[in-house]
Design a protein around this ligand. Structure first.
Ligand SMILES: NC(=O)c1ccc[n+]([C@@H]2O[C@H](COP(=O)([O-])OP(=O)(O)OC[C@H]3O[C@@H](n4cnc5c(N)ncnc54)[C@H](O)[C@@H]3O)[C@@H](O)[C@H]2O)c1
Ligand SMILES: [Zn+2]
Ligand SMILES: [Zn+2]
Length: 361
């Protein structure tokens, strides 16, 4: 039977996040209903409610979640009620061109629930990133549920569901940071600090964290930054060059996604180095630069969608590193909040007070 639960929606562009009653249908074939235990507040939720992603309002916000499978639909194998899962937005299809070419981390046809959650008046909701987990329960495709070790704390490992995976993967997968590399990370929110942690985990020798907020730089140091630069008071390009023997970094990760931070990343990089764009720009942003620089500086200009992760490969491995004490996922959690406090968490995110607010249930 369909269930009525609490959920946080963005009703229209710019409207405050609103706690309301939503209807979660029974799982259709291939679906699962998950009782959410924890869900992080990601900048992408704010992009949704500001109309920066698309116009398919109302959105059911929240997408960095962990919980317990409550029910599964017909035909679901390998997942059962009681399983502890981290939700993902890359339920690899196995059939699309990317999958068939052996590059499933680019899967163009990831699976989502076969049925729609609604408001009580029947209005269909668009779940953020096909998840919608600022809700007591949500309906997803079974492939969006990645089983992980239940010994892990939900409020820490839920973050692997989006921002922390995106940042770790930007360094480990997309940037392919190697032992001894120099790395710079521009923007040290949840995603950028995870990129710092990923660079440190990969054995980078120099990890320069850049932000406009000293509090973020302190956090970045805790995750393994060897140097920090406040780009309000110093030129990050000159600083990164100075810290890398005058060369620039081997890999520069832009975890903000503004034209100016992208240009800084481009220029703070050594010749033939790699730029990774993991911050998400908005559609009106434009880049103007001499094309000759793209040619003469060489190297690779890459984007990182979800850290090029494969949830089934990466989530259990990262949870294992976390449980061994080698990856401090708990350090990303600045505060745990209740479901009715998402709007205030957006405000604190914008003012830079938090790395991650996590809703617990
Ligand atoms: N590519 C992906 O798959 C993916 C996944 C999750 C999030 N994201 C995106 O990553 C970005 C960061 O997300 P977050 O949750 O860490 O956000 P956040 O708001 O927590 O962090 C952003 C950080 O950037 C800093 N910043 C802002 N302007 C800056 C500037 N000009 N120079 C240097 N630093 C600056 C802020 O002080 C803050 O520390 C967002 O755009 C988000 O949508 C991308
Ligand atoms: Zn696919
Ligand atoms: Zn996210």
């Amino acid at each position: 039977m369909a269930q009525e639960v609490r959920g946080v929606i963005a009703r229209s562009k710019g409207a405050a996040a609103e706690l309301t009653t939503i209807v979660v249908p029974d799982p259709g074939p291939g679906d699962a209903v998950v009782a959410i235990q924890a869900c992080g507040v990601c900048h992408t939720d704010l992009h949704y409610r500001e109309g920066g992603i698309n116009d398919e309002f109302p959105f059911l916000l929240g997408h960095e979640a962990a919980g317990i499978v409550e029910r599964v639909g017909e035909g679901v194998t390998g997942l059962a009620p009681g399983d502890f899962v981290v939700l993902n937005w890359r339920a690899v299809c196995g059939q699309c061109r990317a999958c068939r070419r052996g590059r499933p981390w680019y899967c163009f046809d990831t699976h989502n629930a076969s049925r729609r959650m609604t408001l009580t008046d029947g209005t269909e909701l668009s779940p953020a990133l096909g998840i919608g987990a600022f809700a007591d329960k949500t309906l997803v495709a079974a492939g969006q549920c990645t089983k992980v070790d239940p010994a892990a704390a939900p409020e820490a490992v839920c973050l692997l569901g989006c921002g922390v995976m995106a940042g770790l993967g930007a360094a480990l997968n997309t940037g392919n940071v190697q032992r001894g590399d120099s790395v710079a990370v521009i923007g040290c929110g949840g995603v950028g600090c995870a990129a710092v942690a990923g660079a440190a985990l990969a054995g980078a020798a120099t990890v320069v964290a850049v932000d406009i907020d000293d509090r973020k730089l302190d956090w970045a140091r805790g995750f393994g930054a060897t140097h920090t630069v406040n780009s309000r008071s110093a030129d990050p390009v000159a600083e990164v060059r100075a810290l890398t023997g005058g060369f620039g970094a081997d890999v520069v990760i832009d975890a903000v996604g503004l034209p100016q931070t992208y240009l800084q990343a481009f220029e703070a990089r050594d010749l033939a180095g790699t730029v990774v764009l993991v911050g998400v720009p908005t559609p009106e942003m434009r880049l103007e630069m001499p094309l000759i620089d793209v040619f003469s500086r060489g190297g690779a200009l890459k984007s990182s969608w979800y850290g090029d992760c494969l949830p089934s490969r990466d989530f259990p491995m990262l949870v294992s590193l976390y449980l061994q004490g080698r990856l401090d996922l708990g350090a990303f959690v600045t505060e745990t909040i209740s479901l009715d406090a998402v709007e205030q968490a957006f405000t604190r995110m914008q003012s830079g007070e938090v790395l991650r607010s996590v809703v617990t249930f």
